[in-house]
Ligand binder design. Structure first.
Ligand code: HMG
Ligand code: MG
Length: 285
């Protein structure tokens, strides 16, 4: 089977559930991930190995990884902010990990308790250990449009930090509009600045759908050559350290945009409905 032309990176089990107050049991997370595996996703962000004091909802990361049924060809990923996180993720059998930086100082402090520069110093040993273990590392950059603490983010700053993540060894940088502030008018100059120095196949779009315009941002990104998008089943989502962050763009609405462009995504919509049903069930707890 030919690889799909557009890759959906399903982040619902991590980004979608991390900020929920009511604890979702590990068994529910496992059922959701297994349904996503059956739907044809090749990349699923299953959990995060962060401090359980910071994000209690992800404290069961190892239990979740141990409980899922691994579908062939699927890469199960997790966030790892530091070496402790990476070692936990490796022991749990993650196929890939992600480091996450912020394009704004205010959010870096709120989310990682350090400056942007210091966060890179923490990532360095993760990237080195991952290289040694043959584990691919994805990079996230948050607040690429605007930040609730610092205001609008300069496109040049986003381009610079993106380059730094790639130079540090990330195979791809996911561009986070963490609070869903973007519009085609603000994304356009950002993509222009980024694509000046980074090819589109090293970039992914990570849009939160706060104002209902995320699908337009996917369209614009597709037109500029991006072919990987993060999305969340049933639009689950939010970030505990980003005031105002709402759900990630709904996976189904991204698939609709991709289909409207006549591109293949490889997801079985009927089976996705089963994952959506589980997502609704988990969030009605
Ligand atoms: P800190 O308090 O500065 O660091 O937190 P620390 O090293 O002093 O650690 C504090 C405690 O956590 C210690 O435990 C450590 O052992 C423990 P204590 O001694 O107090 O009992 N600890 C860990 N435990 C398990 N796994 C670990 C780990 N690391 C430390 N990996 C730290 C610094 C980075 C740990 C903290 O700030 C943190 O965990 N932050 C994560 C925040 C987070 O997960 N945010 C959500 C994900 S980012 C996001 O959603 C955006 C994204 O979707 C893109 C977008 O939308 O823009 C990706
Ligand atoms: Mg996010």
């Amino acid at each position: 089977q030919a690889p799909p032309e557009v890759t959906l990176f399903e982040v619902g089990p991590r980004d979608g559930l991390q900020s929920r107050g009511g604890m979702v049991p590990a068994a529910g997370k496992i059922a959701l991930i297994d349904a996503l595996s059956r739907s044809g996703f090749r990349r699923i962000e299953a959990t995060s190995f962060v401090s359980p004091r910071w994000v209690p909802q992800m404290a069961d990361a190892a239990e979740v990884m141990a409980g899922i049924v691994r579908a062939p060809g699927v890469r199960y990923a997790a966030l790892t902010p530091n070496l402790t996180g990476f070692e936990r993720a490796l022991a749990a059998g993650c196929d890939e990990v992600a480091v996450f930086a912020s394009a704004s100082e205010g959010f870096s402090r709120a989310n990682l308790n350090c400056s942007i520069e210091d966060s890179f110093a923490r990532f360095a040993p993760v990237l080195e250990a991952a290289r040694g273990a043959g584990v691919p590392v994805r990079g996230y950059l948050s607040m690429v449009i605007s930040c609730p603490f610092d205001g609008p983010t300069a496109p040049g700053a986003v381009a610079g930090w993106t380059r730094r993540l790639i130079e540090a060894g990330c195979y791809e940088v996911s561009l986070g509009d963490t609070i869903g502030a973007g519009t085609p008018d603000t994304l356009e100059p950002l993509l222009a600045a980024l694509l000046d120095e980074t090819p589109p196949d090293r970039l992914a779009g990570h849009f939160h759908d706060t104002t209902g315009r995320a699908a337009e941002l996917v369209e614009l990104s597709l037109e500029r050559g991006l072919r990987t998008f993060d999305a969340s089943v049933a639009g689950l989502g939010g970030c505990p350290y980003a005031p105002g962050a709402r759900g990630n763009v709904d996976t189904r609405s991204v698939l609709e945009v991709i289909e409207a462009y006549g591109l293949a995504h490889g997801i079985d919509l009927g089976k996705l409905a089963e994952a959506e049903r589980i997502a609704h069930e988990l969030t009605s707890i």
